[in-house]
Write a new protein. Structure first.
Length: 212
């Protein structure tokens, strides 16, 4: 997008898109070089070094597990630019990683109000929903708008646990039934071993006298 905008002689947008790429990959020499070149076109001189933006710093904090600092950086940037939906998505994700499920759900809902089909927004909401539960209206919204595999992916482990528990229950029932049968056989050793033996003796009793 930066290259396209530069081709359209929209230098401001070209820089904006390259800065977003720099936030995702701040260690890339190629992106840093392009950003320096664009700054040079804008300012008349290329800076010797590209300074980290708030977004780049926030992503570095998230990767390092410093969620409190990341949240502070993201909120500061969103206060200046509320259209940064990429950072709103990152904020919801960071809240969830930090264990702040209520704020994660609130932020994800705000994102979905703006981008109803956001995959990451729906994924975060589904994760929070399976962990804490949501109001019925919020649950219905996620179920209606989320891609089909999002909820299934979040609930797959729970379903597996239920099926495993049901399998163990069936095994226990079979074991109990076997024990009851063995106990009954021990109490009444003269009892026929199986319905097949009863049918065999019954057929002999129906034969005419002298008959085999």
């Amino acid at each position: 997008m930066s290259i396209i905008c530069e081709g359209e002689e929209n230098l401001h947008k070209a820089i904006w898109h390259m800065e977003r790429a720099f936030e995702i990959r701040p260690a890339s020499d190629v992106i840093q070089g392009e950003l320096q070149r664009l700054y040079g076109l804008r300012d008349g001189v290329e800076p010797p070094k590209v300074r980290l933006t708030h977004g780049a710093l926030a992503r570095m904090y998230v990767k390092g597990g410093l969620y409190t600092q990341a949240i502070a950086e993201i909120r500061a940037t969103l206060a200046e630019d509320q259209l940064r939906l990429d950072l709103l998505t990152l904020l919801a994700s960071t809240y969830a990683k930090d264990g702040q499920q209520d704020k994660a759900a609130e932020t994800a809902k705000d994102l979905l109000d703006k981008l109803p089909f956001s995959l990451e927004g729906n994924r975060i909401m589904a994760q929070v929903m399976t962990k804490t539960g949501l109001e019925e209206d919020d649950r219905r919204q996620v179920e209606e708008e989320a891609p089909g595999d999002v909820l299934a992916e979040e609930q797959e482990d729970d379903h597996g646990d239920v099926e495993e528990a049901e399998g163990h229950h069936e095994e226990r029932e079979v074991h109990r039934e076997t024990q009851r049968t063995e106990a009954a056989d021990h109490e009444d050793p003269d009892r026929d071993a199986s319905p097949a033996s009863y049918d065999r003796w019954a057929s002999f009793s129906l034969l005419p006298h002298g008959g085999i």
